[in-house]
Design a protein around this ligand. Structure first.
Ligand code: KG4
Ligand code: ZN
Length: 334
């Protein structure tokens, strides 16, 4: 079963071709990140315009890279939300057109869930598990009981983990996206004495809520005191974000009594996070799985993998369905 996955929720136009929800046949990613750099964050209108230009070449490139002919595609999957509406519209429109043109089923995928499915491109998911999604727009913990069965255990009450790194990077005069820039600068830190308080939520609505907005102010104050110690500050910022994420995901896994922990989202490309989680999980005899680094950030392959499992669950997107800029995952339906 060959699924093509289309992703356009933010600033990356990604297309991936995946067999049976696991085997990546080929992919293409075009990003408009450089264009947003001078603005220090994503400009939605610019992002949509770039998706329009990139979507058809990206589909053609992914099919060529996977040596897959159009009529060999069995299912078309697309990110339906959450994300920037104008950006989502481009991917959803292209996916609908493709599905109609080749008479194949169309599956709408939740972008957050797609990030978790980047793990399925490594090995089949083992349930039950606890999953940590840490990206630029979202940070949340889920109990993952089965395909299509997720329960929200907690989420950030303010900024996402990636957002904290992006904002912190701006304070340190680094380019957007901030996560990779902070990671690179932190590697050059020599004196590791500077510390930022690990953020905690005082009154969590869910037991495993997180908070990152306090880090922004704390970093600014420290930057004023130590303007010449950017690499140590980058190290301190990265450490505080990593500690907060790792402590919560381990606590959630123990409370949920699961043996498997999954990591996902753009921030999961961070080596320090990956390493710390592996070490801490081993102490508690938890297995930890993470996507390949290149599948951590937005891409079409993870959408194809999620689409495959939802197709098996008989989920379909109708042609009159719209993209969903808000698309909660794992919350009780009201
Ligand atoms: O998942 P993603 O590509 O897009 C969203 O759905 O938000 O995540 C992007 C986020 C950005 O905040 C970026 O700074 C962060 O992931 N990121 C990283 C790294 N690579 C990307 N954060 C830390 N270390 C990295 N190597
Ligand atoms: Zn994402």
């Amino acid at each position: 079963m060959v699924v093509v996955g289309i992703e356009s929720s933010c600033d990356d136009t990604g297309v991936g071709v995946v067999r049976d929800g696991q085997w990546l046949l080929g992919r293409a990613v075009r990003t408009s990140a450089m264009l947003h750099r001078e603005f220090g964050g994503i400009v939605p209108e610019l992002a949509s315009r770039e998706h329009v230009m990139a979507i058809l070449p990206a589909i053609a490139d992914a099919l060529a890279a996977s040596e897959t002919a159009l009529d060999a595609i069995d299912v078309v999957a697309v990110t339906q939300g959450p994300g920037l509406l104008g950006s989502l519209l481009v991917g959803v429109t292209a996916a609908k057109a493709l599905a109609v043109a080749i008479s194949r089923p169309l599956v709408g995928v939740n972008h957050l869930e797609a990030h978790l499915y980047a793990n399925a491109l490594v090995a089949p998911i083992e349930f039950p598990a606890v999953a940590l999604l840490a990206s630029g727009g979202h940070t949340a913990l889920y109990r993952w009981s089965d395909h299509g069965a997720l329960t929200l255990l907690g989420e950030t009450v303010d900024d996402a983990a990636g957002e904290a790194l992006d904002k912190g990077a701006r304070t340190l005069g680094l380019e957007y996206p901030g996560g990779p820039a902070v990671e690179r600068l932190a590697q050059t830190a020599t004196d590791l004495g500077l510390r930022l308080t690990i953020p905690k939520v005082r009154h969590p609505e869910h037991r495993f809520d997180l908070s990152f907005s306090g880090l922004k102010t704390a970093l600014m104050e420290m930057h004023q005191r130590y303007p010449d110690r950017s690499s140590e500050l980058a190290y301190a910022l990265q450490s505080a974000v990593v500690e907060s994420l790792v402590q919560q995901v381990i606590a959630a896994a123990l409370a949920e009594e699961v043996h498997h922990v999954y990591l996902a989202g753009g921030v999961s490309a961070n080596q320090r996070l990956r390493q710390t989680l592996i070490e801490r999980a081993a102490m508690h005899r938890l297995t930890v799985r993470m996507p390949r680094r290149e599948d951590s950030t937005d891409n079409g392959a993870m959408v194809a993998a999620a689409g495959y499992y939802h197709w098996r669950l008989h989920h379909r997107m109708n042609l009159d369905e719209s993209p969903r800029s808000l698309f909660p995952l794992g919350e009780p339906q009201l």
